[in-house]
Design a binder for this molecule. Structure first.
Ligand code: SAM
Length: 231
């Protein structure tokens, strides 16, 4: 692999995220080293795939910045074998990173977990599906078209829920679909002020929330999110 190749750029980005404290575990590091982000961005932006910045993916949406993917994945404390719901598939990149942790390429398939990712824009769901297939994640990630603010009841309950669009408040159905002992990572707020929250459902069913950092996401549009006109 010659210097400046995607693989080399990926390695340098991962090292930078590690130095900056966004990547803290071997698991997340390995996952981000494996998933080719260049396959999840539009062709004409591939040269920017390893800049630490969000990039447009069409329909007014973005693929999140790598440091945000790293931070949310670390906060989720994923383990191999877990069942995860992602709300907001977008490009499919974050779902692939999650899949690399819960169903790592080296692990026997019968020990794999699974990622369900919901996307409200049908064209983006198709885009995510294509990207995931090309990158080799089709059998570890299921892409669903729909309103993820309602969760995805057919595969519930989930060990982890990761929401990649900002909600006005923590959607009730997502709390319901979390296993006792489960965790959700979710941005909450409006276009001016958002915070990333970690929501733990304790084994006895009580809910504990803490805000971690200010952040900036596109809105979660849906029944338990924003109405398009009010955002
Ligand atoms: N995780 C994505 C990735 O790796 O590319 C980035 C997601 S982007 C920041 C947020 C996505 O959430 C957008 O694609 C948007 O269409 C989607 N979205 C917004 N509201 C939604 C809802 N209620 N249900 C499902 N997806 C939603």
């Amino acid at each position: 692999m010659h210097l400046g190749s995607f693989e080399e750029k990926r390695r340098r980005l991962v090292e930078k995220l590690e130095r900056e404290g966004y990547i803290r575990s071997e698991r997340v590091k390995k996952a981000m080293l494996r998933v080719p982000r260049e396959l999840f961005v539009p062709e004409e932006l591939r040269h920017m795939a390893y800049e630490d910045t969000p990039l447009p993916i069409g329909h007014g949406q973005t693929i999140s910045a790598p440091h945000m993917v790293a931070m949310m994945t670390e906060l989720a404390e994923l383990e191999p074998g877990m069942r995860v719901l992602e709300v907001g598939a977008g490009s499919g990149y974050h779902a692939a990173v999650i899949a690399e942790v819960v169903a790592p390429s080296g692990l026997p398939r019968d020990q794999w977990g699974h990622v369900y990712t919901v996307e409200r824009v049908p064209e983006l769901a198709e885009y995510a599906r294509r990207n995931l297939e090309r990158a080799g994640y089709a059998d570890r990630v299921t892409v669903i078209v729909g309103d993820g603010s309602k969760g995805y009841p057919p595969a519930a309950p989930y060990d982890r829920i990761i929401v990649t669009a900002a909600a006005p408040e923590i959607p009730g159905p997502l709390i319901e679909q979390l296993k006792p002992g489960g965790r959700m990572v979710i941005p909450v707020g409006d276009r001016y002020m958002q915070y990333l929250y970690v929501v733990d459902k304790l084994p006895d069913g009580r809910i504990k929330t803490r805000s971690v950092t200010p952040c900036l996401f596109v809105p979660l549009i849906g029944e338990h999110g924003w109405r398009e006109y009010e955002y």
